[in-house]
Write a protein that binds this ligand. Structure first.
Ligand SMILES: O=c1[nH]cnc2c1ncn2[C@H]1C[C@H](O)[C@@H](CO)O1
Ligand SMILES: [Zn+2]
Length: 361
């Protein structure tokens, strides 16, 4: 049977849980905003070349080098207008890709260079997302990220709780993983638990099982950002029989959602290739796997292109994309009744209609 095309996948009602606002700018917007705010350190102001530069810098095989490219996007996101524009365009781009629910994350503490307050930063992003989603099928929400090498996580967790009824649905920590374990921010995670808040933790990307173990067993993370290194606790024998260690069993048994970002993992060196990416094994073993973009600009992906790559590599069809999508919607930090409404009224009917009209695989 013919495999699904990118255009077909674009039509599917998809869900995105892991996407960085400062990793998803349009190259033309970076150039225009740099011009407006007088930022002169861009490697080039040629839009095509700049897009290529971000890809080239990001595909370095090192998370630390990958993260260096963000200095340019963050530099041009220092006013309410710039933040709102980037957020509006983000929502427009996700809606155009057929996404019906998205959690967009960013680190407010990175946008204070001109003296903006953390609240003003969140407000501008929420305004932009609202404007870009209007009239589309997209429901956009925000996760406030704290940078794991800094010491503002409790403050950012409090910020997330302060804005929780206005579009912020959770918290995250990101940045260089090695040397900055999740327990460094235990007070923020404990505060969020007392406040009945939700959070995900980037763990098991550039560092292995100890990071995942801390995120799950010390910090009580609701979800794991990436979590690819959970495969280090799984062995597969010559007959293809998998056996799981205690942490892998725990993660699967308790249905901890894994926010997997295959292309980003290849670019940062967390996986050697898409074909050898643990997502294939983890999907077969029925972990609660979701598919995500991470950074659309740096990794040059959309959620649809990411699915198309998986279709090509693993031979996935509609039923697999639907499974990943339902996993993602079930794992969203949106209230249960709203998750259910999107599943019953949008996602299931959408996939049923597509499978009937374009049976592909
Ligand atoms: O994949 C990632 N791992 C760790 N940190 C990341 C990743 N992608 C983006 N970040 C960082 C860089 C951004 O400036 C920050 C907030 O979005 O999060
Ligand atoms: Zn990320």
């Amino acid at each position: 049977m013919a495999s699904l095309t990118l255009d077909q996948i674009r039509l599917a009602p998809k869900v995105l849980l892991h996407d960085h606002l400062d990793g998803g700018l349009r190259p033309a917007t970076v150039v225009e905003l740099a011009d407006e705010c007088g930022y002169t350190a861009l490697p080039t102001t040629d839009v095509t070349k700049l897009g290529g530069w971000f890809r080239g810098g990001a595909h370095s095989g090192s998370l630390v080098r990958y993260l260096e490219t963000f200095s340019h996007t963050v530099a041009v996101m220092q006013t309410p207008e710039a933040l709102a524009r980037v957020a509006r365009e983000c929502a427009e781009d996700l809606a155009a890709d057929g996404i019906v629910y998205a959690e967009i994350r960013f680190a407010p503490e990175l946008h204070t260079e001109n003296g903006l307050s953390l609240d003003a930063i969140v407000e501008a992003v929420l305004d932009g997302l609202r404007a870009g989603s209007e009239g589309t099928g997209l429901h956009a929400r925000v996760l406030c990220t704290a940078m794991r090498h800094q010491a503002r996580s409790l403050e950012i967790a409090e910020l997330a709780v302060r804005w929780r009824d206005q579009g912020v649905v959770g918290f995250d920590i990101a940045g260089a993983e090695a040397g900055n374990p999740p327990t460094r921010h235990l007070d923020a995670f404990q505060y969020l638990q007392r406040a009945n808040g939700h959070f995900t933790i980037h763990a098991g990307e550039a560092f292995g099982l100890p990071s995942i173990w801390e995120a799950v067993q010390w910090c009580n993370a609701d979800r794991l950002g990436h979590g690819v290194r959970i495969v280090d606790d799984i062995s597969v024998d010559v007959e293809g029989q998998a056996s799981l260690g205690p942490l892998a069993n725990y993660v699967r048994d308790t249905r901890v959602p894994l926010e997997m970002c295959p292309s980003s993992n290849v670019h940062t060196g967390a996986a050697r290739s898409i074909a050898t990416h643990p997502i294939g094994l983890l999907r077969d073993l029925r972990f609660r796997v979701t598919v995500n973009t991470d950074n659309r600009l740096m990794s040059d992906v959309t959620l649809s292109s990411e699915f198309a790559t998986l279709v090509e590599t693993f031979g996935y069809g509609w039923s697999d994309i639907r499974w990943f999508t339902l996993n993602a919607m079930k794992s969203a930090f949106l209230p249960f009744d709203q998750r259910l409404d999107l599943i019953d009224d949008v996602i299931k009917p959408g996939f049923d209609a597509l499978a009937a009209s374009a049976p592909g695989a």
